[in-house]
Design a protein around this ligand. Sequence first.
Ligand code: KG4
Ligand code: ZN
Length: 342
Amino acid sequence: MPLILALESSCDDTSIAIASDSGVLAHVGRSQFIHGHFGGVVPELASREHLAQLLPLTRQALKIAGILPTQIDAFAVTAGPGLPGALMVGTSFAKSLSLVFKKPLIAVHHMHAHIMAHFIDPPQPEFPLLCLTVSGGHTQLVYLKDTFDLEVIGQTLDDAAGEAFDKGARMLGLPYPGGPHIDALAKQGNPHFLHLPVAKVPGLDFSFSGLKTSLRHSLEKGTAHQPDYIETHRADLSASLQRAIVDMLIQKLRSAAQLYPCHDIALAGGVAANVGLQQAAQELCRVIGCRLHLPKPEYCTDNAAMIAQTALYYYQKGHFAAQDLVARPRWPLSAYNLQNIN
Ligand code: KG4
Ligand code: ZN
């Protein structure tokens, strides 16, 4: 039963997890709220924060799990995609641990790990699995015949769904990251208050940039007539924005389920925490007779437990990274298979 210590530092969350086949023994992390002041992630600050947090968090995780670093069987790390500096801090730290304790290193793909988060706790999905991964940096539809046998069947042509939430929230005067604020406000608002057209994109790809422009024009028009238009209608505007984003996601998920038959559908990534999206996906699955898997809230956003879970599969296959591992900030999941992981 291997013991894996995994770390995640690809964006603005620093997280450490210790896991084995029997489950997660420790999972600690820190979100970098400092970026809120700047309205988005500042890469240099993210790297510095990771550097400051990785060692204390590792010590904390080991203490919680009640184990010594010498008992760890492999060290796993997010090798990409993500912010170059943030990834470099994480991979360097993991390489040092691997060298010092003479245990193998495992390089994990962040987007693969978001999907594998569903396998941390039961009930685990069954293959073939259709997963909609929606985060601040990515929006993808992935079809998996098995753990490592996957195909990206659709993705965004411009902004990611989380980005659409965050940029829209900013226009509505909400703090960064805006997704959770939109989610909370949408519960009290009228989703039909404003009609934001959903872009017509062929196939299974997504587009969210038109939505942003459309919202901006509507807000300009609204405030021209009523200076406090945004303040007065913030909940309705949030509900309308959420509805438009969710409509696009669900439309493509429905088409994907028709083209790629499966019994299990999953939502992954930070935006999977969105209540409107969860409800719409529940309804779709009820209609088409599929089983929906929603990750636990702590496994939706970036976390090291999903890195540890994915690393367990690599360990089982005996697939380890070389000590000269280089972080891959741009690592398309579509180019991903076990042969070219390192
Ligand atoms: O997966 P994640 O933690 O980090 C990335 O890899 O990007 O996702 C972060 C994104 C942010 O854009 C955030 O606004 C969004 O997920 N998010 C949400 C919710 N919670 C987080 N968006 C909508 N509704 C939510 N409840
Ligand atoms: Zn992520």
